[in-house]
Design a protein around this ligand. Structure first.
Ligand code: CA
Length: 222
């Protein structure tokens, strides 16, 4: 389960975030001061930090600067009422990955969080582009696919199909959409090529990695 650290001193917003994230399958932990946020973020057990800027003890921007200064690459979304362009640029300059202003719609924040969690840029010099989900990691440059530590050999079509699923976990993809994205043209109606390839992927990655949504299509569980 993905672990999200919430640095927020406003109890009402904190509770709202905590409950919303838990409802959407995340583990959420709250830090109410700058120093607490910093030490939690540095302990390496979180997948993402939602950072308020006005925090007691230490300002959010200072927390961010310290984290990046120490080489911590934790994906980080600023969530603040400060909405001037100067504030936003300062946030990005110091290494924030995204910036959401209050008042905010939870759905939008959630979408941004998911987008951040999908793309993992490891702190190695090559900065390879990776997608990671449920223990599957794919490297879009080398096309290497791993399930845990196991390297999985996929054909070109299988890889493209997996990439399509991993680019939007939780989203149901119809057979037509998959045909379009993986094969790039429309097969004759009734073609079962999508089902066949989903079968191949399940065999190689594990049965529960792709769910059937009856009458609609397939999806990768969130
Ligand atoms: Ca605050």
């Amino acid at each position: 389960m993905r672990r999200i650290l919430i640095a927020e001193d406003n109890a009402r917003i904190a509770t709202f975030l905590e409950q919303g994230l838990q409802k959407n399958g995340f583990m959420a932990k709250l830090a109410t001061t700058g120093p607490e946020a910093l030490s939690n973020a540095l302990d390496g057990s979180f997948d993402l930090l939602i950072l308020d800027l006005g925090l007691p003890g230490r300002e959010g921007l200072s927390v961010l600067e310290e984290l990046r200064g120490q080489g911590c690459q934790l994906p980080l979304v600023i969530l603040t009422a400060r909405d001037t362009i100067t504030d936003k640029l300062a946030g990005f300059e110091l290494g924030a990955d995204d910036y959401v202003t209050k008042p905010f719609r939870f759905e939008e924040l959630l979408a941004r969080i998911r987008a951040r969690l999908r793309v993992v840029v490891p702190a190695n010099p090559e900065h390879e582009l990776m997608l990671a989900h449920h223990g599957i990691v794919i490297n879009l440059r080398t096309r290497l696919v791993k399930v845990g530590e196991r390297i999985v050999d996929l054909s070109t079509r299988e890889f493209t199909m997996l990439e399509t699923f991993m680019s939007s976990p939780g989203q149901v993809l119809s057979r037509e959409q998959l045909l379009d994205r993986v094969w790039g043209y429309n097969h004759a109606p009734g073609s079962n090529v999508v089902d066949v390839y989903v079968g191949y992927l399940r065999k190689k990655l594990g049965n529960n990695m792709i769910e059937t949504v009856r009458g609609i299509g397939y999806r990768m569980p969130i």
